[in-house]
Design a binder for this molecule. Sequence first.
Ligand code: SAM
Length: 284
Amino acid sequence: MKTGTLYIIATPIGNIKDITYRAIKILKKIDFILAENCFNTLKILKKFKIKKKMISFHEHNEKKKLSSIILKLKNNYKIALISNAGTPLINDPGFNLVKKCHKKKIKVVPIPGACAAITALCSSGISSNKFLYVGFLPLKKKKCIKTLKKLSIQKFTLIIYESKYRIINNLKRISKIFEKNRKITIARELTKYWENIYQTKVGNLIKIIKKKKIIFKGEFVIIIEKYKKKLKSFFKFKKISKKKKIILKILKKKLSCSKAAYIASKIFLKKKKFFYKYFMKLKK
Ligand code: SAM
């Protein structure tokens, strides 16, 4: 029997004109829409004079509705998944559904379009070659700080989603944890009337908050320049197992740093320089 298709349709993140021609074409031909926010989707449908049945589909009912949707797809239905704004599944519901479609060999067709992360990244003035999409930071203070500390040594441009409720606190945390000279871009209300893409250095964040240089209302994406320094040696040395450390200690006792490093490099097939630095650190 012929199976249906699930269309993953990206919608605008602010400016309705950012809908794609293909998205409208597909919306006209599908059987019904799974909408994260029926109210917002209705606005798009009205604008483009499309009449289509909508079914509410959000993070709280995704799992419950899964089997009935899969059944419909197996019965040759053509269904569109639309999130509140932007690309579905990017910090939005749909992952379980797409996963299940692959398992059941149901065709999944992406209809690309707006995504806040990529829109912010390409306008940030910060390297866009290698990046790490973080999404939202953890809500709990302790976990958030721990996450930021880990992120602060990543050698990738960071993309963080933020809401008006937490942006100030999280920028303050970033200013404490990240190096002062790292570039940071705060992209606010992208594609909307109040769009503002503001680049500065981490060291200026507190001044910017105090002087209210940015209006902290609306939706935000934070882009942070990658960690540039070489990883501190203790991070590298942390990875040496206990057994290896015992062997290295014995070598160090009997030999000079240089000789011990040479032998260790032959035993563990790693550069002599690595062990030399390790032995020098032990000396301190
Ligand atoms: N699926 C969406 C996408 O493709 O970007 C993201 C959904 S996520 C629930 C919502 C977050 O995306 C917001 O809190 C904000 O961080 C970011 N965002 C969405 N629209 C935005 C906009 N117009 N300007 C800046 N950030 C935006």
